[in-house]
Design a binder for this molecule. Structure first.
Ligand code: CTP
Length: 395
């Protein structure tokens, strides 16, 4: 693969030299851009020796000013390693203050970022907001990891090990960020579709969910190597290949099937579970009685599967809920995150054609912030969710 490595200013830059060596040994063709900050930590000569080619650095140098667009078109993947807080900020805001940031803006190649910085800088809301923005655009992240830093300090912000960065790169799929095998050995439990709550033997209460999004998530997790149990309400979409599918009708059956499937590492609650059921289902078909008018249905509250599994003794390590909203999408999702005790909420605006439709526009809401994703086919949303989950398990 043609790999463009952008080295920005961090003491971890020396580790990128090792990464370049490993990448070339694995058969990748490597070119490098060394930023001004990067050049304070590693020399152009060292980078040139390891890439076996010229090191690009100056937007205004004669050969570069002609070549930055050509350079942007060359790579199949771009790896920004190490990515400083400043580099992330420039990427997030589309600034073109040097060759590296200009090439990043001009290139359509998928980008994998390996950040390295002081934990306080990593945790700063400004950095976290930039990361959320980049993730929303499909930028993949490898690390940082927790551990000792150059300063006598430790925490999140340490550069990923070069061999792990190479593994993340080969796992990664363009636009998704992770690939085959990333979730090997993990058990993922996914709910999908609507539930049907019977009124009598022939009638039921339902909703417009098609199961398309949940099924696509199950398929995407399986594609990353996870063992997947899909608990599905009544849907007409096909069972995803390589996934154990358990069909249920009601919310109570869905909860029982989910609890029976535990333990799991990952739980994704994509089903549109009916909040209420008819308190006493009629055992015989309800008949119109002349002059009796319309019947009144007495409703009972259904169990909340997401909240139950979030607080379960065998709680999966990562619990992801969905929030179908028609207004104040992010605000309601944040409240739901707290109320249901899950780790992430994928919020979607269902006021348009999302339910039963082919595309989805979602926001990923976590305790760290909100990522706004563009409107995408449901399969692409699913790949991105699976890739983000894989990233979570890698760190
Ligand atoms: N959910 C669940 N069990 C229920 C209801 C919902 O597991 N009985 C899950 C859904 O699968 C979804 C999340 O909870 O992941 C949000 O569901 P939603 O219907 O959007 O929210 P509610 O909790 O029902 O809140 P409200 O109706 O007030 O929006």
């Amino acid at each position: 693969m043609k790999l463009l490595v952008i080295i920005s200013g961090s003491v971890a830059a020396f580790k990128t030299l090792m990464f370049i060596r490993l990448a070339r040994a694995a058969g990748h063709e490597v070119r490098a851009i060394l930023t001004e900050g990067g050049a304070r930590f590693v020399t152009r000569e060292a980078v040139a020796a390891l890439t076996g080619g010229p090191v690009h650095h100056d937007l205004w140098a004669a050969e570069e000013s002609i070549g930055h667009i050509r350079l942007a078109r060359w790579p199949e993947r771009i790896v920004v390693a190490p990515a400083s807080a400043n580099m992330l900020a420039r990427m997030a805001h589309g600034l073109t203050t040097d060759l590296a940031s200009t090439v990043l803006l001009a290139s359509r190649a998928p980008v994998l970022v390996a950040p390295a910085m002081n934990p306080a800088m990593w945790e700063h809301p400004a950095t976290q907001a930039n990361i959320a923005m980049l993730r929303g655009r499909g930028v993949g992240f490898a690390g940082p990891i927790e551990g000792a830093m150059a300063e006598p300090e430790s925490g999140a912000g340490r550069f990923i090990e070069p061999a792990d960065l190479l593994a993340a790169l080969t796992e990664a799929r363009p636009g998704a960020g992770a690939g085959a095998g990333a979730l090997a050995g993990r058990h993922a439990l996914v709910t999908s579709g609507p539930t049907h709550e019977p009124i009598d033997p022939v009638r039921y209460i339902a909703n417009r969910s098609s199961g398309r999004q949940g099924h696509a998530i199950a398929a995407a997790l399986a594609a990353l190597g996870a063992r997947v149990t899909l608990v599905s309400g009544p849907v007409s979409v096909a069972d995803p290949a390589g996934v154990r599918v358990q069909r249920v009708e009601t919310a109570r059956e869905m909860l029982a099937a989910c609890e029976a499937a535990l333990p799991a590492d990952i739980f994704v609650a994509a089903a549109a579970v009916a909040d209420w059921r008819v308190a006493a289902e009629a055992t015989q078909k309800m008949k119109k009685e002349p002059g009796a008018g319309a019947p009144v249905l007495n409703m009972a509250l259904n169990p909340d599967i997401l909240a139950t599994l979030s607080r379960h003794a065998a709680r999966p390590r990562l619990v992801v809920g969905f929030a179908a909203e028609t207004e104040q999408v992010v605000g309601h999702a944040q409240a739901k995150l707290a109320r249901k005790g899950c780790d992430w909420v994928i919020a979607n605006d269902v006021s348009g054609d999302v339910m039963g439709g082919l595309e989805n526009r979602v926001h990923l809401v976590t305790a760290q912030g909100v990522e706004d994703w563009p409107r995408l086919p449901k399969e692409e949303v699913a790949s991105r969710i699976a890739a983000r989950i894989a990233e979570e398990f890698r760190s």
